[in-house]
Design a protein around this ligand. Structure first.
Ligand code: AMP
Ligand code: MG
Length: 434
């Protein structure tokens, strides 16, 4: 794959910036999507199974929400014109009551009101509600309140103010959150059309890797990358095919990649893409498809391979390939910075980006311009209540504890230099609410 853009490279001429790498990945994903029409496969699922899935067609509201004008408060409903003419304080006679769920209400004359509960239909000729707590009952069967506590039209929810019948309530391409599931339920919709989940194969490459459950021999390490990748993918709801550990030989690599490409829409491998080591992987990738071996101006996670493998029977679409670096932190950083969005985009999600939040750094950080750094950060409040971020300490690409202790990435952008205490830095928070 050719290097996409060549502008503004301060670090080293053959390095891609993070932005260039993202642009190149996105372009390939778009063209593969057009060829493969991957996310045209749709399934209809009961609401309770839709959380985290990607909506395949707009949900149109079959009804007005709310279906009627109704009271937003417990109080007394009356005709707002009273406020033009009445004396201060206003005095109204209580002509009846209506509760939520009731459909019949006594009608009123001027000078009267109806006791209403939150959610109760507005009685005929009433457009205003005075909340109970602003009223006094001076005599049996009537209320008084100061005129300036309410304006005509206050405390009333209008028919269709939330959603109008026939208008989109939830848009195609949305990754469904708990609130979307509730919203669909509020419209009486039992099932939603979602895109089928894409299949993602994962494998770890390296002769030093040992499976969990096997005693660790000298010089070996446990394969942790497959487990962190499995967890990252599970959290996003993809179908995962675990292809295990692959030894660093051309035959093992060829066989593993060919098998994975038969079953999966995407393959994610880790390890074996550094200079020298990548020789085998490169050779196999040249046989099996079009894969670029990139050096990215970032820390951690410098080397990465990306491209596609030729369609293998029984599949007719190319398989997207991500060859992530081997270091455990670099795997997670490159996954979240490049792979996550690409997989969601491939699955039909329209706006998968994680929001960046600006937070003040608690400490000085040394940073070279010309590369993007993804430091692991911890959010905290100082004694004055200011929200600050500090680094988890040692930032080595192999120190997985730094990811485990962190609650955010501090993103130090390509052109950014040293950070002073109190400088604003962009942060990506690990946990969302819904
Ligand atoms: P590599 O990119 O293959 O040169 O690996 C870089 C570093 O990451 C080396 O220290 C590897 O031992 C380590 N590493 C590679 N793959 C894994 C894995 N699956 N789990 C844990 N560490 C790994
Ligand atoms: Mg290796």
């Amino acid at each position: 794959m050719n290097k996409p853009v060549n502008a503004n490279q301060e670090f080293q001429s053959d390095f891609l910036s993070v932005t260039e790498a993202r642009t190149a990945i996105s372009a390939v994903i778009h063209s593969l999507q057009a060829q493969a029409r991957l996310h045209e496969a749709i399934e209809s699922l009961p609401l309770k199974e839709c959380l985290g899935r990607i909506l395949a067609s707009d949900v149109l509201s079959p009804i007005n929400v709310p279906a009627n004008d109704n009271s937003a408060m417990d109080g007394f409903a009356f005709n707002g014109k009273e406020l033009d003419t009445a004396q201060d304080p206003v005095n109204l006679r209580i002509a009846g009551a209506i509760y939520a769920g009731q459909t019949h209400s006594p009608s009123i004359q001027m000078g009267e009101c109806i006791k209403v509960m939150t959610g109760a239909m507005m009685p005929p000729n009433c457009d205003t509600v005075i909340p109970q707590e602003f009223t006094k009952s001076s005599e049996e069967g009537s209320i008084t309140f100061a005129k300036d506590t309410v304006r005509a039209g206050d405390n009333r929810r209008l028919c269709g103010e939330d959603l109008q019948a026939g208008k989109p309530a939830i848009q195609r391409g949305r990754i469904l959150k708990a609130s979307d599931i509730g919203l669909a339920a509020s419209l009486g919709i039992a099932k939603l059309e979602v895109y089928q989940r894409i299949k993602v194969a994962i494998l770890s490459s390296g002769d030093e890797l040992c499976s969990i459950g096997v005693p660790l021999q000298p010089g070996k390490i446990y394969d942790s990358n497959r487990f962190s990748l499995h967890a990252c993918l599970s959290k996003l709801g993809f179908e995962i095919i675990d292809c295990g550990i692959v030894r660093d030989t051309p035959d093992d690599l060829r066989q593993a990649f060919m098998q994975a490409a038969q079953k999966a829409d995407v393959i994610i491998s880790s390890g074996g893409v550094s200079v020298g080591e990548a020789d085998f992987t490169k050779q196999i990738m040249e046989e099996l498809g079009q894969v670029g071996f990139w050096k990215i101006a970032m820390r951690p996670g410098r080397p990465m391979a990306f491209g596609s493998l030729k369609p293998v029977s029984p599949k007719t679409a190319p398989t997207v390939f991500f060859g992530l670096p081997g270091n455990p932190v670099a795997v997670m950083v490159t996954f979240y910075q490049f792979v996550r969005n690409a997989l969601l985009q491939l699955s039909g999600a329209l706006n998968p980006e994680i929001p960046l939040v600006s937070i003040q750094s608690a400490e000085a950080i040394r940073k070279k311009s010309g590369r993007t750094e993804f430091q692991r950060g911890i959010l905290f409040r100082d004694p004055e209540g200011r929200l600050l971020v500090k680094s988890t300490g040692s930032q080595g690409a192999g120190i997985l504890r730094s990811m485990s202790e962190a609650d955010c990435f501090m993103i130090l952008h390509h052109h950014q230099g040293n950070i002073a205490p109190g400088d604003w830095v962009d942060v990506e928070i690990f946990d969302g609410l819904l």
